[in-house]
Design a protein around this ligand. Structure first.
Ligand SMILES: [Fe+2]
Ligand SMILES: [Fe+2]
Length: 158
């Protein structure tokens, strides 16, 4: 996969998805509380950053086309559900059984969302947008993430 400035938005989103899946695997494998804290912080940051950047750059680009409303609305409500679970998890102690249950719930919801995004949503994006638009959106997606990063890191530590 091409690295650097010319990656299209679908490649960048896919890279983020694999990273989030890896963090879930690290959470499952974490043996120390400290590790669990660290992995959860990373998940909180990466997942929020990714969702917000999609909401700012990717979803609005698709909303300009006919018949994408329902699909985007569903995706946005899945983002809301994931964000709410992340906030609930942040308030819990990672060594509580409730934390494990909620992580499992979040993981299932996120994997489902990712699977739909990479099939249905990506297909629509490839149908509606030219390759150069996907590359342009890739740049905007990266810029949005850079801008949002400080804000989300601060929220993670509150
Ligand atoms: Fe995504
Ligand atoms: Fe998404």
């Amino acid at each position: 996969m091409a690295k650097g400035k010319n990656q299209d938005i679908l490649e960048l989103i896919t890279t983020d998805h694999r990273e989030v899946e890896q963090i879930f695997a690290q959470i499952a494998g974490a043996s120390k509380l400290e590790q669990l804290y660290e992995c959860f912080n990373q998940l909180y940051k990466e997942l929020n950053l990714h969702s917000r950047a999609e909401e700012l750059v990717f979803y609005p680009a698709l909303r300009e086309y006919e018949d994408t409303d329902d699909m985007i609305e569903e995706a946005e409500s899945e983002h809301e559900e994931a964000a709410a679970l992340l906030e609930e998890l942040k308030a819990l102690s990672p060594d509580s059984p409730e934390f494990q249950d909620k992580v499992a719930e979040l993981k299932e919801a996120v994997l489902h969302h990712v699977q739909e995004e990479e099939s249905e949503v990506f297909e629509t994006a490839r149908d509606c947008l030219e390759p150069q638009q996907l590359t342009q959106l890739g740049q905007e997606f990266q810029q949005a993430k850079t801008k949002l990063e400080a804000e989300i890191v601060e929220a993670a530590s509150l």
